[in-house]
Design a protein around this ligand. Structure first.
Ligand SMILES: C[S@@+](CC[C@H](N)C(=O)[O-])C[C@H]1O[C@@H](n2cnc3c(N)ncnc32)[C@H](O)[C@@H]1O
Length: 217
């Protein structure tokens, strides 16, 4: 029988910043398909990345409510990172569901609605994930319209967005233009023809069989 993962949004109170509220593995696993969870072990075959910036900016288009995959990738690929800014963009406002997922896995967050230090003046949520301090702003909008106005980023993360990219044949080039030098691109589709220093990575990490990780030189 196929597995089903159900997402039920409910109102979640911000319980505040708590570096000791670690994600509970058993609850994280409830949000992953068995093969996805197993495939994450393939990330252990990759040498961790070292970024020159101490507080990098990660960008994730078409994130939906997927907070877990970027965090699980960061745990494995950037284990020394202490703090990160993240911008998620989606057509659907999914921040409520993201808060719910964080709460369900035991991670406590704070909301900063007054003085967020980000380009879209959006409110942000701040939380600790396995000792990393994360500042997450969620932008509701169309990435193909917003991409040109986005600030540059150090990490590009993409998952399950292949079909959407068909609507803009230059989208991947625009992404590369926004990625800082020595920045890391992680995507489960595309980018094969672009000038990146590619890292050997198992294609099993991608549902499309075309996983790519690369450094912009
Ligand atoms: C297949 S889902 C993938 C969600 C998430 N990345 C994951 O792996 O669970 C694709 C997401 O892209 C979003 N999306 C589609 N077109 C978009 C656009 N033009 N700009 C931003 N988000 C878009 C959808 O709302 C949806 O959340």
């Amino acid at each position: 029988m196929g597995e089903i993962i159900s997402y039920m949004e409910r109102k979640v109170e911000a319980k505040g910043l708590n570096p000791y509220a670690l994600p509970r593995e058993k609850d994280v696993l409830k949000y992953l398909f068995e093969d996805e969870a197993k495939n994450l072990e393939l990330l252990n075959e990759i040498s961790p990345f070292n970024l020159a910036v101490s507080k990098p900016h990660l960008f994730y288009p078409g994130s939906g409510s997927d907070i877990l995959f970027p965090m699980l990738y960061l745990d494995r690929l950037f284990p020394t990172l202490n703090e990160i800014n993240m911008t998620f963009v989606d057509l659907e406002d999914s921040i409520g569901m993201i808060k719910c997922v964080l709460d369900e896995v035991g991670v406590s967050f704070e909301e900063n609605t007054k003085s967020p230090n980000n380009n879209f003046n959006n409110s942000e949520i701040i939380f600790f994930w396995n000792k990393k301090k994360v500042h997450l702003q969620f932008v509701t909008g169309d990435i193909f319209e917003l991409i040109s106005n986005l600030p540059a980023f150090d990490i590009y993360f993409e998952k399950a967005f292949r079909i959407m990219k068909d609507s803009d044949p230059d989208y991947e080039k625009k992404v590369l233009a926004k990625l800082n030098i020595n920045g890391i691109l992680i995507s489960d589709s595309g980018f094969a023809e672009l000038p990146l220093q590619k890292i050997a990575v198992s294609t099993e990490l991608s549902a499309y069989g075309e996983m790519i990780m690369g450094v912009k030189k």
